[in-house]
Design a binder for this molecule. Structure first.
Ligand code: GLY
Length: 351
């Protein structure tokens, strides 16, 4: 890794000397110290994953049980039940799983009415000769395996969707709530924020095996059928049992164009620390973002993408295009939040 690569940003200039540049010899077959990390919404997920890992469980069982808590949680509107819907008000979920020791993976995309897409992704991995099922086919397959259909749109998410629709344009026929005598309705519409929330959870178990999962309702108010990075092996998730694992949250379109999770694992294979490997992915996304509509006036991405990684030794790290992102870590005790390294400072005008 050329040090100067990251010295382009003032943030990195101060952080790089703190980050280990040492390469490590791969401890193939030897157990590392157990670890589970996740995106910032994964405190409970990492706690659950570690509970299973410390009982001698497989990391895949741990991380899936962990994210199921968030998929079931109506208050997390970025994942599973209660996720923000597509532009038609329908919740569509994406997920992928990867099991290190067998190097198998499974995924589902645009899955409707099933609140645990990560469990369905596991069934795809274990009970088909395929890796990815989408849309109606994925739903049919889930029902075949006993998953129950339910409406995933909570009242809160429905109200958020209606708000988005009403604030979208002055030219359509929807009006936001207003006083009956307000004669200037819609004069100051401010578009509601779109979000890309997701959970990624990675684990290294007592046997030294690594697995991971990513699950999401994807971009809020997306075009129906839009699929992000989460269910794409190599983009939203990648595991190589001899090296480590990586996953992502944030703008899936940017990550899809760089296969960042694969890039991170390959960077760790060449000896990089998990944090530096995540920074490589940030740099790749930043330099590959060329469309003006996606760039600030300083030429930086208008969006964030965050990466999470662990290696075979149980070392972990996270980096995001912009600073301020938290991620969850459990190394055998209580889950805690740590701060990801930012490739850019948020207040770029101070740089
Ligand atoms: N990273 C989640 C998505 O873009 O769908």
């Amino acid at each position: 890794m050329k040090r100067r690569t990251f010295l382009q940003t003032s943030t990195m200039a101060s952080l790089i000397p703190l980050i280990s540049q040492k390469s490590f010899s791969l401890p193939i077959g030897s157990p590392g110290k157990p670890i589970s990390i996740a995106s910032g919404n994964g405190l409970q997920a990492t706690a659950k994953a570690m509970e299973i890992i410390l009982k001698g469980g497989d990391a895949l069982d741990g991380v899936i049980a962990g994210v199921n808590i968030v998929e079931d949680d109506p208050n997390d509107n970025s994942v599973g039940y209660g996720g923000l819907p597509n532009e038609d008000g329908v919740v569509e979920l994406d997920s992928s799983v990867m099991h290190g020791p067998t190097h198998r993976g499974g995924a589902v995309a645009s899955l409707q009415n099933i609140k645990n897409p990560s469990k369905v992704a596991r069934f795809v991995m274990e009970r088909t000769d395929h890796v990815l099922l989408v849309g109606e086919g994925a739903l049919k397959f889930a029902k075949m395996h006993g998953f129950k259909e339910e409406n995933l749109l909570t009242e809160e998410s429905r109200k958020e969707w209606v708000k988005w629709k009403e604030l979208l344009s002055k030219k359509d026929d929807y009006l936001p709530p207003h006083a009956i005598d307000d004669l200037d309705i819609g004069a100051n519409l401010t578009e509601a924020m779109k979000t890309y929330g997701t959970i990624n959870c990675l684990g290294l178990d007592l046997a030294g095996n690594i697995s991971g999962v990513t699950t999401t309702s994807g971009l809020s108010y997306k075009i129906p059928g839009r699929v992000g990075d989460s269910p794409i092996i190599g983009a939203g998730l990648y595991v190589d049992n001899e090296i480590g694992a990586a996953g992502s949250t944030g703008r899936g379109e940017a990550n899809l164009l760089d296969c960042s999770s694969f890039l991170i694992v390959e960077s760790m294979r060449r000896g990089m620390s998990p944090t530096n490997a995540c920074l490589v992915a940030c740099e790749r996304v930043a330099t590959h973002t060329k469309e003006k509509r996606l760039l600030t006036k300083e030429g930086r991405p208008t969006f964030n993408v965050s990466f999470y990684a662990i290696n075979k030794k149980g070392e972990y790290g996270s980096a995001a295009i912009y600073e301020g992102v938290k991620f969850a870590v459990n190394d055998g005790k209580e889950s805690r939040l740590e701060t990801a390294v930012g490739y850019f400072k948020i207040r770029s005008n101070e740089d």
